[in-house]
Design a protein around this ligand. Structure first.
Ligand code: CUA
Length: 154
């Protein structure tokens, strides 16, 4: 009869273990939103002074040199092109005016999804001069392949 107790204990602890696994995986599924993505009001992109006039802004934060604002819409980014001084640490913030777009800077590890109602954020160092193409890597419609912008590190 001891065996039965051990069997019961065994399956009970297995059930608890699985429950913990389930909880932590659900939790992990939500954590990417906490880092790098901030929820915004849908009309924010039009009304915000910086998203309304996207581009490079000097930052007074000690953590990075510039704030770089981008808007994505079918089928373009604004600004169409931006110059960044070499050696800058830049906090990129991107928001969409319509559907889901991508925001990937070729040749770097900057790669984000830009979703309606969210601000996608990525802080990156630009230590190499050159031209870096920004491409949309989420299919967004007929103009998807033409949706590009350019970062020039000078
Ligand atoms: Cu925007 Cu694909």
């Amino acid at each position: 009869k001891y065996e039965k107790i051990w069997m019961t204990l065994g399956s009970a602890s297995l059930a608890i273990f699985l429950a913990i696994l389930g909880i932590s995986s659900v939790h992990a599924g939500h954590t990417p939103a906490a880092s790098g993505i901030e929820t915004i009001n849908p009309d924010f992109v039009e009304s915000d002074s910086r998203f309304g006039n996207p581009g490079l802004y000097e930052s007074d934060s000690g953590d990075y040199d510039y704030d770089l604002y981008f808007t994505a819409s079918a089928f373009m980014y604004e600004p169409r092109e931006v110059e960044i001084p070499k050696g800058s640490r830049v906090r990129i913030q991107a928001a969409t005016k319509d559907v889901i777009h991508g925001f990937s800077v070729a040749g770097t590890n900057v790669n984000m999804m830009v979703e309606p109602g969210l601000v996608s954020t990525y802080t990156a160092n630009f230590n190499k001069t050159g031209e870096f193409l920004i491409i949309c890597n989420e299919y967004c419609g007929v103009g998807h392949a033409d949706m590009i912008s350019m970062i020039k590190v000078v």
